[in-house]
Design a protein around this ligand. Structure first.
Ligand code: AMP
Length: 149
């Protein structure tokens, strides 16, 4: 099997992401691959069908500012250089697919809660990323039942 050259780590900036990031970093080091990190901000306008009340605009600005700061700290911790950090807007699955395709990624790494039952029927981001990805997808188990990296 040939080694991965470009790995895209998708993070929701939760604490659980550290576990996922450790896996991605180890894999990148072992494959001598470049590691990029992406966080997708879901615009409040998506929930409001584009008709967003004015006072929510400042909330959206705060969300963006906070995400920018958190992503910078997270990426610095995992030694991802500034030009490999991506903060984008939209639906996570769609934007992760888009970035993976335009930047020629050959592996996407996401966290997976290993949901079952109703939660599985409702879907998850990991599931959404897996379906329709242009490259391999590694789902790293997080949450209760996950083994240490
Ligand atoms: P979820 O299905 O929401 O529990 O998320 C599972 C995984 O999808 C997370 O561990 C991340 O790898 C990825 N993910 C979820 N939300 C986002 C987001 N807003 N931006 C980037 N990746 C995300």
């Amino acid at each position: 099997m040939s080694h991965y050259r470009r790995i895209l780590l998708a993070v929701d900036l939760s604490d659980e992401c550290r576990h996922v990031a450790l896996r991605a970093r180890k894999l990148a080091a072992a494959s001598n691959a470049e590691l990029d990190v992406v966080h997708v901000i879901e615009p409040l306008a998506l929930a409001y069908g584009g008709d967003m009340p004015m006072d929510l605009c400042s909330v959206q600005d705060q969300i963006e500012e906070q995400a920018r700061t958190q992503l910078a700290a997270f990426a610095a911790e995992f030694e991802v250089p500034a030009d490999r950090r991506h903060l984008v807007f939209g639906r996570p699955e769609t934007e992760i697919h888009r970035l993976a395709e335009t930047a020629n990624m050959d592996l996407i790494v996401v966290g997976s809660h290993g949901r079952h039952g109703l939660a599985l029927l409702l879907g998850s981001t990991a599931n959404g990323v897996l379906h329709g990805a242009c490259c391999d997808v590694l789902a790293v188990r997080v949450g209760p039942g996950a083994r240490d990296a």
